[in-house]
Design a protein around this ligand. Structure first.
Ligand code: NDP
Length: 460
């Protein structure tokens, strides 16, 4: 007789764990399967270890900047194995905390790959056991995708391996212009590597506001990161001097590591979704409705495997909403609009809402406020860097439609601005707030002059 549960969760990442715990708190018998490590991409090889590496990479600037403030900093040395060992210890601690929280919530954890055998049965490949589940939640996340099948792909690493490199790469070439590429360009540059970023388009961070993209690129280049646009990597070869990377214009680079950060694909293959009749989109994402329900009524899916907005807090919200909807008797649709996000590049970016281009395509009148200035700390340190703030405003109603920041603590700022924007704040509301002086954030409430004002031509 197969064991029976109310909910079987496939994947113990941030979203799956939240769903399991909340469903259990609503009285469901819950089992969660994980084939790798509890915590998923975010905790094990994503957001959390990445932020630790970002912290590590920023000390170099601090040591340099200290001189302008009267400090003499002694000899400095950086040891990559120490950083990685300490990071590993912290990740192990977090994984243990995730496990303990699941156990406390009375969720049964199985360390196995789980495959849907038929609509209500899941097979654990580690033991061969089959479990019958009233509901199944697929929360299997995404996996790195390297793009075209070029020569030498076996020499290329993804963001999965970058966290466990045995040796620090003195020279690294990163392909991609998204979150991971710009974040790791900043990390390795800060830690002392020679960094080349190769991107196929015109400028990094496609989809972000154009002014923000231009500003960040300038700042990254000022820090010595070489950004090569309109090129792709066409081949990699292992040579005695290192990895020889050939680009589409035939330029060659010899480096110690090649990191591809060319996006992620929904992790939807080999888990029996087709057998169960679950509909997939052409990109492999599980097709869901507003309640995360798939084409099979008792199978749900959340997080990156559904390719909505691939961010940890979004997956957590989706997991929580699923559990409340199905087991808590409280149907909840997650609001995917105006999701704030940070890119932990150097300097950091924080954004929410519409870009200028999106606003101008959608609204009749759009006002733009922007400001670029030298952060106060850079005055005495002499560091050549500028921060950037931009507000995109509906010129008819005054509502702030978007906010785009590049500079220290942009991630922290955008979280708070997110509250105002979700409350439909207007530019006048921003202006009513007294400035906190001297801060960088005061720029948000002191930008009085429009940088530009656009009126959409009436359609013929
Ligand atoms: P992104 O989708 O952000 O970026 C992928 C990049 O790779 C783009 O610049 C894309 O170019 C380029 N690319 C895609 N395919 C190819 C190809 N075949 N050849 C050359 N270049 C290619 O993905 P990432 O891998 O950076 O990150 C994955 C996801 O993880 C992000 O979308 C984000 O949701 C999440 N994430 C969030 C973070 C955060 O919140 N701070 C941090 C890290 C990741 P193009 O623009 O032309 O399509």
């Amino acid at each position: 007789m197969a064991r029976e549960v109310d909910l079987f969760v496939i994947g113990a990442g941030s979203g799956g764990v939240r769903a399991a715990r909340v469903a259990s708190s609503h009285g469901a018998r819950v089992m969660i399967a994980e084939e790798y490590r509890v915590g998923g991409t975010c905790v094990i090889r994503g957001c959390v270890p990445k932020k630790l590496l970002v912290y590590a990479s920023r000390f170099g600037d601090e040591f340099e900047d200290a001189a302008g403030y009267g400090w003499t900093v002694g000899e400095r040395a950086f040891d990559w194995p120490t950083l990685i060992a300490n990071k590993d210890r912290e990740i192990a601690r977090l994984e243990a905390a995730y496990i303990a929280n699941l156990e406390r919530a009375k969720v049964e954890i199985v360390k196995s790959r789980a495959v849907i055998e038929n609509t209500h049965h899941v097979r654990l490949t580690a033991t061969g056991e089959t479990v019958r589940a009233k509901y199944i939640l697929v929360a299997t996340g995404g996996r790195p995708h390297h793009g075209a099948d070029i020569a030498g792909l076996d020499c290329v690493i993804s963001s999965n391996e970058v966290f466990d490199l045995k040796e620090f790469p003195r020279r690294i070439l990163i392909q991609g212009g998204g979150y991971i590429a710009v974040e790791f360009a900043g990390i390795f540059n800060g830690l002392g590597s020679e960094v080349t970023l190769v991107y196929r388009g015109d400028n990094i961070l496609r989809g972000f506001d154009d002014d923000l993209r231009a500003h960040l690129r300038t700042e990254m280049e000022k820090r010595g990161i070489r950004i090569v646009t309109r090129q792709t990597v066409t081949g990699v070869e292992r040579m005695e001097a290192g990895l020889c990377v050939r680009l589409s214009d035939n330029e060659q680079h010899t480096v110690d590591q090649v990191l591809f950060a060319t996006g992620r694909k929904p992790n939807s293959q080999g888990i029996g979704l087709e057998t169960a009749g679950v509909k997939l989109a052409p990109d492999g994402a599980i097709v869901i409705d507003g309640f995360s329900q798939t084409s099979v009524p008792h199978i749900y899916a959340i997080g990156d495997v559904t390719n909505r907005i691939n961010l940890t807090p979004v997956a957590i919200r989706e997991g929580h909403a699923f559990a409340d909807t199905v087991f808590g008797g409280r149907p909840i649709k997650v609001d995917h609009t105006d999701v704030p996000t940070a890119v932990f590049s150097e300097p950091e970016c924080g954004v929410i809402g519409l870009t200028e281009a999106q606003a101008r395509a959608e609204f009749n009148r759009v006002d733009i406020y922007k400001s670029s200035f030298r952060p106060m700390k850079a005055t005495l340190s002499g560091r050549d860097t500028r921060s950037f703030f931009k507000l995109v405003v509906d010129g008819t109603t005054g509502h702030v439609l978007g906010c785009h920041i590049v500079g220290p603590d942009a991630g922290e700022m955008i979280q708070l601005i997110g509250i105002a924007i979700k409350m439909n704040a207007t530019k006048a509301d921003f202006d009513r707030v007294m400035a906190v002086h001297p801060t960088a954030a005061e720029e948000l409430v002191t930008m009085r002059e429009k940088a530009a004002s656009y009126v959409r031509e009436a359609a013929e």
